[in-house]
Structure formats: structure tokens, C-alpha cells
Design a protein around this ligand. Sequence first.
Ligand code: CO
Length: 220
Amino acid sequence: MDELDELLERNRHWAESVKLGDPEFFRQLSQQQNPRYLWIGCSDSRVPANQILGLRPGEIFVHRNVANVVVHADLNCLSVLQFAIDVLKVEHIMLVGHYGCGGVRAVLDGARLGLVDNWLRHVGDVLQKHRDVFGGIDTASMQHARLCELNVIEQVVNICQTTIVQDAWERGQKLAVHGLVYSLFDGRLRDLGITTTQHGALADSYARALARLGAARGAD
Ligand code: CO
């Protein structure tokens, strides 16, 4: 049996087991999707949105790219954001980074991986912006963790500054933007405390989240 056959066989088993638990599951889900959450995360195979949150198909809308970056000129990510907010009316956007991110590590190491280096420049910009923080961190692993966290915080800012989110808040739509980081080591998500729910609150939540990281660094 080749690899694809094996995957198709797995799929058949999965579909049958879901149907066994809920004979109407696929019929109902095929009518419409009604997710309350949008997940923007890293493409890393170890960070699958549904499994981590224990959610079933239909419960979370997902966009993933290398190093969970939100760029204002990225039509792909912006389209996901716009559809999720304007059409699906999700109430929570979760920007989820993860410790041990290879993209973030490549930036710190100055590694050359190819075309993806150009994409990772956005993480390089985060490093540059917070350059002063890194001098006070002794180990490479702690620097890596800190850049993963700072990258989440900066991408949350990018989400909040899109016209899509700004317009949603302007018209009074209920929408919270969260920044979280996932640990490959214990499977847990950590809230970075930058949750923003309204126009004009971003500067405060950004400052609070950065201050929290500072406090955490002092406690290390
Ligand atoms: Co990653």
C-alpha cells in the first residue's frame, strides 16, 4: 500500500467513526459553517488548531503561514480576515505563535533558507524593533522564546490596525483579538495578555503585554 492509499484508508476510518458517534454530523455540517473563532497560526505541523483546542470540524476558521505573520499587503491573510469578520461574524481572533518556531529561529540565527527568508524579514523587523530587549537575555533559547512572544504581540497589533478590524469595531461589531503562544513541550497555550476588544484600546493593551514580558524576564 503506498502512502496515499494509507492516508485515504485513515480518512475512511475517521469518517466512519465520526458518523458512528453522530449519524447527522456531515449532513448538518455540509449545510453551513458557523465558527465563532478565527485562528491565525504557524504552518508548523506540530501546531494544529482543531486538535489543540479540542474542537470539531466547523468550529474554527483557520489561516496558517510560516511564523504566523500578518502583513498588510498579504491578500491571502486579509481575505481570510475579512471573510471571517464580515461574513462568518467570528467573535474571537486568536493569533497563535509557538515556542520552538523554526521560522523565528532562522531569523535569530541569520540562516539562509531561500525564498522564505524574504517572508521572515517581517519577523526580522520585530527583532529590530525590540533589539534593546535581547541584550539582557543570556541564553539563545530564552532569546528564541522571547522573539516568539514579541512576534505574536506585533502581529496582534497588525491585525487590529487593518481596516477590516477597525471598521468592525467602528460599527459596533463584537470582536476580540487575542495573542497566544503554544508550547510544543507541554501542549499548553499561554495568553500573552494583549486581548483588544475595541477601537482605541490597542495602545494600552500593547503596553501592558510588553510590560508583562518585562516582568517575566525579571523573574527568570
Ligand atoms: Co513556527
